[in-house]
Design a binder for this molecule. Structure first.
Ligand SMILES: Cc1cc2nc3c(=O)[nH]c(=O)nc-3n(C[C@H](O)[C@H](O)[C@H](O)COP(=O)(O)O)c2cc1C
Length: 207
Protein backbone atom coordinates (compact mmCIF):
# COMPACT_ATOMS: atom_id res chain seq x y z
CA UNK A 1 0.00 0.00 0.00
CA UNK A 2 1.55 3.31 -1.07
CA UNK A 3 1.55 5.96 1.68
CA UNK A 4 2.33 9.62 1.15
CA UNK A 5 3.40 11.74 4.09
CA UNK A 6 1.83 15.17 4.29
CA UNK A 7 3.59 18.25 5.70
CA UNK A 8 2.78 18.88 9.35
CA UNK A 9 -0.36 21.00 9.71
CA UNK A 10 -0.03 24.59 10.84
CA UNK A 11 -1.77 25.31 14.12
CA UNK A 12 -1.37 29.06 13.90
CA UNK A 13 -2.04 31.44 11.06
CA UNK A 14 -2.27 35.08 10.08
CA UNK A 15 -6.04 35.17 9.38
CA UNK A 16 -8.33 35.45 12.39
CA UNK A 17 -11.35 33.18 12.68
CA UNK A 18 -13.54 36.29 12.58
CA UNK A 19 -11.94 37.45 9.34
CA UNK A 20 -12.38 34.02 7.72
CA UNK A 21 -16.05 33.93 8.77
CA UNK A 22 -16.63 37.47 7.48
CA UNK A 23 -15.13 36.83 4.03
CA UNK A 24 -16.16 33.19 3.51
CA UNK A 25 -18.33 32.52 0.50
CA UNK A 26 -18.94 29.61 -1.85
CA UNK A 27 -16.45 30.25 -4.65
CA UNK A 28 -16.78 28.19 -7.78
CA UNK A 29 -13.82 29.21 -9.96
CA UNK A 30 -10.16 28.27 -9.65
CA UNK A 31 -6.78 29.36 -10.93
CA UNK A 32 -5.09 26.92 -13.29
CA UNK A 33 -2.46 26.25 -10.64
CA UNK A 34 -1.92 22.83 -9.11
CA UNK A 35 -2.39 22.50 -5.35
CA UNK A 36 0.59 21.76 -3.15
CA UNK A 37 0.76 19.14 -0.43
CA UNK A 38 0.88 21.81 2.31
CA UNK A 39 -2.57 23.04 1.23
CA UNK A 40 -3.84 19.49 0.78
CA UNK A 41 -2.57 18.51 4.22
CA UNK A 42 -4.05 21.59 5.86
CA UNK A 43 -7.57 21.14 4.49
CA UNK A 44 -7.62 17.42 5.28
CA UNK A 45 -6.33 18.08 8.78
CA UNK A 46 -9.07 20.70 9.24
CA UNK A 47 -11.66 18.12 8.23
CA UNK A 48 -10.48 15.12 10.24
CA UNK A 49 -6.97 15.62 11.60
CA UNK A 50 -5.93 14.44 15.04
CA UNK A 51 -5.53 17.37 17.41
CA UNK A 52 -5.04 15.78 20.84
CA UNK A 53 -5.59 12.65 22.94
CA UNK A 54 -8.22 12.10 25.60
CA UNK A 55 -8.45 8.90 27.63
CA UNK A 56 -6.32 7.12 25.04
CA UNK A 57 -8.56 8.19 22.14
CA UNK A 58 -7.23 10.30 19.27
CA UNK A 59 -9.52 13.32 19.22
CA UNK A 60 -10.03 15.15 15.94
CA UNK A 61 -10.42 18.67 14.60
CA UNK A 62 -14.23 18.42 14.62
CA UNK A 63 -16.63 17.34 17.36
CA UNK A 64 -18.15 13.88 17.03
CA UNK A 65 -21.09 12.39 18.93
CA UNK A 66 -19.58 10.00 21.47
CA UNK A 67 -16.23 10.39 19.66
CA UNK A 68 -17.47 7.73 17.22
CA UNK A 69 -15.80 9.46 14.25
CA UNK A 70 -17.90 8.14 11.36
CA UNK A 71 -16.43 10.48 8.72
CA UNK A 72 -13.77 9.44 6.23
CA UNK A 73 -11.97 11.92 3.97
CA UNK A 74 -10.90 11.01 0.46
CA UNK A 75 -8.99 13.29 -1.89
CA UNK A 76 -9.67 13.18 -5.60
CA UNK A 77 -6.92 14.74 -7.71
CA UNK A 78 -7.56 15.87 -11.28
CA UNK A 79 -4.97 15.36 -14.02
CA UNK A 80 -2.25 18.01 -13.39
CA UNK A 81 -4.22 19.07 -10.32
CA UNK A 82 -1.37 18.65 -7.85
CA UNK A 83 2.34 19.39 -7.75
CA UNK A 84 3.23 16.04 -6.21
CA UNK A 85 0.17 13.82 -6.36
CA UNK A 86 -0.76 11.85 -9.44
CA UNK A 87 -4.34 11.99 -10.68
CA UNK A 88 -6.51 9.50 -8.81
CA UNK A 89 -8.02 8.94 -5.39
CA UNK A 90 -6.43 8.95 -1.95
CA UNK A 91 -7.72 8.15 1.52
CA UNK A 92 -6.68 10.41 4.37
CA UNK A 93 -5.35 8.60 7.43
CA UNK A 94 -5.81 10.91 10.44
CA UNK A 95 -3.58 8.90 12.80
CA UNK A 96 -0.37 9.52 10.90
CA UNK A 97 -1.51 12.40 8.66
CA UNK A 98 -0.78 10.50 5.47
CA UNK A 99 -2.52 9.70 2.22
CA UNK A 100 -3.07 6.17 1.07
CA UNK A 101 -3.45 5.69 -2.67
CA UNK A 102 -6.77 3.98 -3.39
CA UNK A 103 -7.19 4.57 -7.15
CA UNK A 104 -4.22 5.13 -9.40
CA UNK A 105 -6.19 6.26 -12.44
CA UNK A 106 -7.89 9.60 -13.09
CA UNK A 107 -11.57 9.60 -12.14
CA UNK A 108 -12.09 13.33 -12.59
CA UNK A 109 -14.44 13.24 -15.57
CA UNK A 110 -16.51 10.47 -14.02
CA UNK A 111 -16.71 12.29 -10.67
CA UNK A 112 -17.84 15.43 -12.51
CA UNK A 113 -20.58 13.43 -14.25
CA UNK A 114 -21.61 11.89 -10.92
CA UNK A 115 -21.91 15.47 -9.61
CA UNK A 116 -24.41 16.21 -12.38
CA UNK A 117 -21.73 17.84 -14.54
CA UNK A 118 -21.24 20.76 -12.16
CA UNK A 119 -18.49 23.09 -13.38
CA UNK A 120 -17.23 23.65 -9.84
CA UNK A 121 -16.22 19.99 -9.70
CA UNK A 122 -14.99 19.90 -13.29
CA UNK A 123 -12.76 22.96 -12.84
CA UNK A 124 -11.30 22.11 -9.42
CA UNK A 125 -7.77 20.69 -9.28
CA UNK A 126 -8.74 18.62 -6.24
CA UNK A 127 -11.88 17.60 -4.37
CA UNK A 128 -12.35 16.31 -0.85
CA UNK A 129 -14.96 13.56 -0.85
CA UNK A 130 -16.50 13.25 2.59
CA UNK A 131 -17.93 9.81 3.22
CA UNK A 132 -19.62 8.41 6.31
CA UNK A 133 -19.74 5.02 7.98
CA UNK A 134 -23.15 5.51 9.59
CA UNK A 135 -23.02 2.31 11.60
CA UNK A 136 -20.21 3.65 13.77
CA UNK A 137 -22.59 6.25 15.20
CA UNK A 138 -25.88 4.31 14.80
CA UNK A 139 -24.56 1.50 17.00
CA UNK A 140 -24.08 3.89 19.90
CA UNK A 141 -27.08 6.10 19.14
CA UNK A 142 -29.82 3.99 17.46
CA UNK A 143 -32.37 6.83 17.52
CA UNK A 144 -30.26 9.83 16.61
CA UNK A 145 -27.19 8.33 14.92
CA UNK A 146 -28.00 9.46 11.37
CA UNK A 147 -28.78 12.98 12.52
CA UNK A 148 -25.53 13.15 14.44
CA UNK A 149 -23.51 12.08 11.39
CA UNK A 150 -25.05 14.89 9.36
CA UNK A 151 -24.38 17.42 12.10
CA UNK A 152 -20.78 16.30 12.17
CA UNK A 153 -20.50 16.62 8.40
CA UNK A 154 -21.50 20.27 8.76
CA UNK A 155 -18.77 20.88 11.33
CA UNK A 156 -16.19 19.23 9.11
CA UNK A 157 -17.23 21.08 5.95
CA UNK A 158 -17.18 24.43 7.71
CA UNK A 159 -13.68 23.78 9.00
CA UNK A 160 -12.57 23.11 5.42
CA UNK A 161 -14.34 26.25 4.25
CA UNK A 162 -12.67 28.46 6.87
CA UNK A 163 -9.20 27.01 6.35
CA UNK A 164 -9.57 27.53 2.60
CA UNK A 165 -10.60 31.11 3.23
CA UNK A 166 -7.58 31.68 5.45
CA UNK A 167 -5.23 30.41 2.71
CA UNK A 168 -6.82 32.16 -0.29
CA UNK A 169 -8.12 28.87 -1.59
CA UNK A 170 -11.57 28.72 -3.16
CA UNK A 171 -14.09 26.05 -2.25
CA UNK A 172 -17.81 25.38 -2.46
CA UNK A 173 -19.76 22.66 -0.66
CA UNK A 174 -21.44 20.36 -3.17
CA UNK A 175 -24.34 18.21 -2.07
CA UNK A 176 -26.02 17.71 -5.44
CA UNK A 177 -24.72 14.43 -6.83
CA UNK A 178 -25.80 10.88 -7.45
CA UNK A 179 -24.88 8.88 -4.35
CA UNK A 180 -24.72 5.64 -6.31
CA UNK A 181 -22.58 7.11 -9.07
CA UNK A 182 -20.08 8.72 -6.69
CA UNK A 183 -19.78 5.47 -4.73
CA UNK A 184 -19.34 3.55 -7.97
CA UNK A 185 -16.80 5.90 -9.58
CA UNK A 186 -14.68 5.98 -6.43
CA UNK A 187 -15.16 2.26 -5.72
CA UNK A 188 -16.12 3.06 -2.13
CA UNK A 189 -16.43 0.13 0.28
CA UNK A 190 -20.10 -0.79 0.85
CA UNK A 191 -20.11 0.49 4.44
CA UNK A 192 -19.26 4.04 3.30
CA UNK A 193 -21.80 6.49 1.88
CA UNK A 194 -20.70 9.69 0.14
CA UNK A 195 -22.05 12.79 1.92
CA UNK A 196 -20.38 15.88 0.57
CA UNK A 197 -17.95 17.02 -2.12
CA UNK A 198 -15.61 19.90 -1.35
CA UNK A 199 -13.79 20.93 -4.53
CA UNK A 200 -10.95 23.37 -3.84
CA UNK A 201 -8.09 25.16 -5.53
CA UNK A 202 -6.18 28.41 -5.72
CA UNK A 203 -8.04 31.68 -6.10
CA UNK A 204 -7.63 33.48 -9.40
CA UNK A 205 -5.50 36.63 -9.22
CA UNK A 206 -8.35 38.88 -10.37
CA UNK A 207 -10.72 37.75 -7.55
C1 LIG B 1 -25.81 21.14 2.04
C2 LIG B 1 -25.37 22.07 0.94
C3 LIG B 1 -25.33 21.62 -0.37
C4 LIG B 1 -24.87 22.45 -1.38
N1 LIG B 1 -24.76 21.94 -2.64
C5 LIG B 1 -24.27 22.73 -3.63
C6 LIG B 1 -24.08 22.19 -4.91
O1 LIG B 1 -24.33 21.03 -5.20
N2 LIG B 1 -23.57 23.03 -5.88
C7 LIG B 1 -23.24 24.32 -5.61
O2 LIG B 1 -22.78 25.01 -6.52
N3 LIG B 1 -23.42 24.86 -4.38
C8 LIG B 1 -23.91 24.09 -3.38
N4 LIG B 1 -24.06 24.59 -2.11
C9 LIG B 1 -23.63 25.98 -1.84
C10 LIG B 1 -24.83 26.94 -1.67
O3 LIG B 1 -25.39 27.22 -2.94
C11 LIG B 1 -24.33 28.22 -1.00
O4 LIG B 1 -23.82 27.90 0.27
C12 LIG B 1 -25.45 29.26 -0.85
O5 LIG B 1 -25.82 29.77 -2.11
C13 LIG B 1 -25.05 30.41 0.07
O6 LIG B 1 -23.90 31.08 -0.45
P1 LIG B 1 -22.53 31.21 0.35
O7 LIG B 1 -22.03 29.83 0.68
O8 LIG B 1 -21.61 31.92 -0.60
O9 LIG B 1 -22.79 31.99 1.58
C14 LIG B 1 -24.50 23.79 -1.10
C15 LIG B 1 -24.56 24.24 0.23
C16 LIG B 1 -24.97 23.39 1.23
C17 LIG B 1 -24.98 23.89 2.65
Amino acid sequence: MTRIELPDPETDGTTSVERAIATRASRRTFAQTPVGTADVGQVLWAMQGVTHERDGIEMRAVPSAGATYPLVAFLEVAPDGSERLEAGLYRYEPTDHTLEVTLETAVHDDLTSAALGQEVVRDAPATIVMAAEYDRTRTQYPDHGDRYVHMEAGHAAENVHLVCESRDLNTCPVGAFSDADVADVLDLPGRLDPLYLLPFGHRRAEE
